[in-house]
Design a protein around this ligand. Structure first.
Ligand code: 8GP
Length: 837
């Protein structure tokens, strides 16, 4: 009601809402203010954690004023926005990133140093926000960083889980899981918006009524409802005033609902119902690339998509535009099939509540949505049983059946009399019970469908979506190769290398235009530069060696070759093949004379990653790695020539230490199974070489950096089918080297071999689905090539520099720009710094 205020009131507000200055004195005052008031502490009872909290609160103040300014200006200008719907945002730590992106890191470093604290130690007190499983969740986080940095008007929508991905501890070599209660201390990186609350219904029935024009209308009467409460997470761009938002929903019981049971005299039931409501956003499902099919997961998906759509529609309605303008104001990106219900919910809102006719509504819906697929693995394809779905969402089921009917009618019209085709393309799978194929629904309800790397995008066109490509045509199915943010994955995690690059290129412009890194290529001939480059790598290895000592109790030499495989543990990623090759290496070294040993390249093999708690085989792989480590690391015949470590509880902040310290990293999935991979990009960006198969983004990395700077082995995606067929029906014998390794395990070289029998069984001739035997020989050879190349340190340093130099393509800025221009049709909107909060 500003307009009604007298001038002096308006002026007073203006004067008092000026942004805080960013000089050392003001920042120190703000930190001390938070210590003494917000935290009720004093200088004499402070530790690093208190210092972290105070610095975080001071940083948060500055973040929020940018957030406010951005959202205020965007509300007025009301440009088209993109909404990125993702069940996972794997953000990691926020403070360092926020300070760097806002350009305040240096000042804060100095400010707290004078207050008696060291920034690096303070940063270590922050817990990761681990609301994701792996690649898909981290990709969402990188994209949010790029969207803000490029000034795109974008919001993320997700869930505020009380428990993120479990914490992993290794007990007797086995993975054990512990809850990640990350909200134990207040989370300074979110703004609770307790005023923003949306009712979400579940269950109940559908009323069918004739309206005054004799048109049949459907009205869903839910049996239960829960409240969605908004929590906003500010995402600052780098070197811009823009600050975007991720809105995370938390579930809470509704008042109305509580009272019903209560008034019926059933107090216990009312409390139980309240607990059930809170359960919805309690925990992140810990599966990566597999589908669990649990009712609670479906509830999560509906709760989240309904709340998000309600919010988006409410914002659109404020602008008083026609419904037909909706797709000109709103783009919604579906991060995998998890948010596919948003398609159905928007159709329901438009038809049942806004009274649009079906076809007009459907046109709006399909123009609004676009869908990213992240995997071709059959076990990851989301399907929901129709009876369970009907019980939770009866009206949505009707709408899905109608969408399917109209769709199949069109297919029939285009390709008459092909029952098989209709069966294959149907959104409903005719199983017992029937299943809803979410990927089909997502394709039918979107105007664009993309894969995440060139190979993957072409594979989905010939496999899971082949019939749809034939029906819709090629244009609907496109590629958007993944990318990673160079701010977090180089500038923040490898500050020394970042500084050297800036010094060498004469400016830090490369941080917003990663193609400028190509300027480094000219420096390979400069011996002094190479020396600096390698010294930084060594310093990073020293830091990692300290972490390994601390977490695994193993001493490793930073002069050895650091060989890294960190990612979710999954059969298709073949950590099993890696540890089998390590056993092969161990046996080879053991068989050597002292003279032969003298020419062995010492290697530290580093593993890390979580297995889904119910994934028995993956958990056995972890056990095998730890059993091998226990034997190898103690064996005096091997000494420093080979060390094996499994770093527990791999997460984003651990990755920030590991990635800059790698000499070689392993991206060795069976060709055609890894959609893209993104850590491959991070490693190469940091001057680490990679060994890998022709899979996912490895293919494009090879194209960019050239075959001299990457170690490629193994079969190609188009050969996989024949190889599987050959081993199944022609009984191709196991690779002899692999046979030797298996025998060693079976003889009990690494603990009781009975433990590993189920794992070994996966290699039985005819059953080796991931083709470990077929690729084993070439894998061993490629590893030998790595050893030989690493010994020529001068040549290696040139390769390392060229790796970084040619990674420009893999910035998430490039990816996001492509999405914005080719799918979302949105333009940057740069916020002006008006100097006010
Ligand atoms: C992952 C892919 O496995 C990985 O290759 C890719 O880099 C990443 O997505 C980002 O695009 N896929 C998943 O995490 C995934 O499909 N998760 C569940 C939905 C099944």
């Amino acid at each position: 009601e500003k307009a009604k205020w007298p001038k002096e009131t308006v002026d007073l507000w203006a004067k008092l809402s000026k942004k805080e200055a960013n000089d050392i004195d003001t920042i120190q005052r703000s930190i001390v203010h938070h210590v003494t008031t917000t935290l009720a502490r004093a200088a004499y009872n402070m530790d690093n954690f208190t210092a972290y909290q105070a610095v975080a609160l001071s940083t948060r103040d500055r973040l929020i004023s940018r957030w406010n300014e951005t959202q205020g200006q965007l509300s007025k200008a009301d440009p088209k926005r993109v909404y990125y719907l993702s069940l996972e945002f794997l953000l990691g730590r926020s403070m360092d990133n926020a300070l760097l992106n806002m350009g305040l890191k240096g000042t804060y470093d100095k400010s707290i140093e004078k207050l008696g604290f060291n920034m690096e130690d303070v940063i270590e007190s922050e817990v990761d926000a681990a609301l994701g499983n792996g690649g898909l969740g981290r990709l969402a986080a990188c994209y949010m960083d790029s969207l803000a940095t490029l000034d795109y008007p974008a919001w993320g929508y997700g869930l505020r889980y009380n428990y993120g991905i479990f914490q992993q501890r290794i007990v007797d070599g086995y993975q054990t899981e512990y809850p990640d209660y990350w909200l134990n201390f207040d989370n300074p990186w979110e703004l609770p918006r307790l005023d923003i609350s949306i009712q979400i219904g579940f269950g109940g029935h559908v009323q069918t009524i004739q309206d005054e024009y004799g048109v049949t209308r459907h009205n869903w009467v839910p049996a239960q409802s829960v409240q969605a409460i908004a929590y906003d997470v500010p995402i600052p761009g780098y070197d811009t005033e823009n600050c975007n938002n991720i809105r995370l929903w938390r579930s809470k019981p509704t008042r109305v609902f509580d009272l019903t049971s209560f008034n019926e005299g059933n107090y216990e039931k009312s409390v139980e119902d309240a607990t059930n409501a809170e359960k919805i956003t309690s925990v992140l499902y810990p599966n990566d690339n597999t589908m669990a099919g649990k009712e609670l997961r479906l509830k999560q998906q509906y709760f989240w998509t309904a709340a998000s759509l309600h919010d988006i529609v409410r914002r659109f309605k404020k602008s008083m535009r026609e419904w037909s303008d909706f797709p000109d104001q709103v783009a919604i990106q579906l991060n995998d099939t998890h948010p596919t219900l948003a398609i159905v919910e928007l159709q329901r809102l438009l038809v049942d509540e806004e009274m649009l006719n079906w076809d007009d509504a459907w046109e709006i819906v399909t123009k609004t949505f676009a869908f990213t697929n992240h995997t071709v693995l059959p076990e990851a394809m989301e399907k929901w049983s129709v009876p369970m779905f009907e019980y939770l969402l009866p009206r949505h089921l009707q709408i899905i059946f109608d969408i399917n009917l109209f769709f199949l009618q069109k297919v029939e019209k285009k390709v008459p009399n092909d029952r098989g085709l209709l069966n294959r393309m149907s959104i409903i799978e005719e199983a017992q019970p029937q299943q809803i194929r979410m990927a089909h629904l997502a394709v039918v309800g979107s105007h664009k469908v993309n894969g995440v790397a060139a190979l993957h995008s072409s594979l989905i066109k010939t496999t899971i979506f082949k019939d749809f490509v034939d029906y819709y045509g090629e244009e609907k199915f496109i590629n958007k190769t993944n990318g990673v943010t160079p701010r977090r994955w180089l500038h923040q995690s490898n500050p020394q290398l970042s500084a050297l690059i800036t010094e060498t290129l004469g400016s830090d412009k490369w941080l917003k235009d990663l193609s400028l890194l190509k300027g480094l290529a000219a420096k390979t001939g400069d011996a002094a530069f190479r020396k600096k480059w390698m010294a930084i790598k060594r310093a990073n290895k020293v830091r990692l060696a300290e972490l390994i000592k601390e977490r695994c109790g193993v001493e490793v030499s930073p002069d050895a070759l650091f060989d890294v495989q960190v990612k979710r543990i999954h059969e298709y990623k073949r950590q099993f093949m890696n540890i089998l090759s390590v056993i092969h290496r161990y046996r080879t070294i053991k068989s050597m004379t002292a003279a032969q040993k003298a020419s062995v390249q010492p290697r530290v093999v580093i593993f890390g990653g979580k297995a889904a708690p119910g994934y028995y085989i993956a958990k056995l792989v972890i056990k095998l790695i730890n059993s091998v480590a226990a034997v190898v690391n103690q064996d005096p015949a091997v000494g420093d020539l080979l060390k094996v470590v499994f770093i527990p509880d791999y997460n984003v902040s651990v990755a920030e230490v590991i990635v800059p310290a790698s000499d070689i990293s392993q991206h060795i999935s069976t060709a055609g199974t890894e959609a893209s991979g993104t850590s491959n990009m991070k490693f190469v960006l940091n001057g680490g070489l990679i060994i890998g198969t022709l899979d996912g983004a490895n293919v494009e990395i090879l194209e960019e950096i050239g075959e001299d700077n990457i170690f490629i082995f193994g079969c190609m995606a188009h050969e996989v089918e024949d190889l599987r067929h050959a081993q199944r029906y022609r009984g191709v014998p196991m690779d002899p080297a692999l046979q030797g390794v298996i025998s060693a395990i079976e003889k009990g070289t690494f603990e009781d071999p009975k433990i590993f029998q189920p794992l070994i069984s996966t290699l039985t001739v005819g059953k080796d689905f991931y083709l470990i035997s077929a690729d084993f020989a070439s894998y061993i050879t490629a590893n030998q090539q790595v050893d030989a190349a690493y010994k020529k340190q001068d040549e290696w340093s040139k390769k390392s520099i060229l790796c970084t130099a040619h990674m420009g393509k893999f910035s998430s800025d490039r990816s996001v720009k492509e999405y914005a221009e080719e799918i979302w049709n949105i333009k940057p909107y740069s916020v002006k710094d008006e100097g006010y909060m």
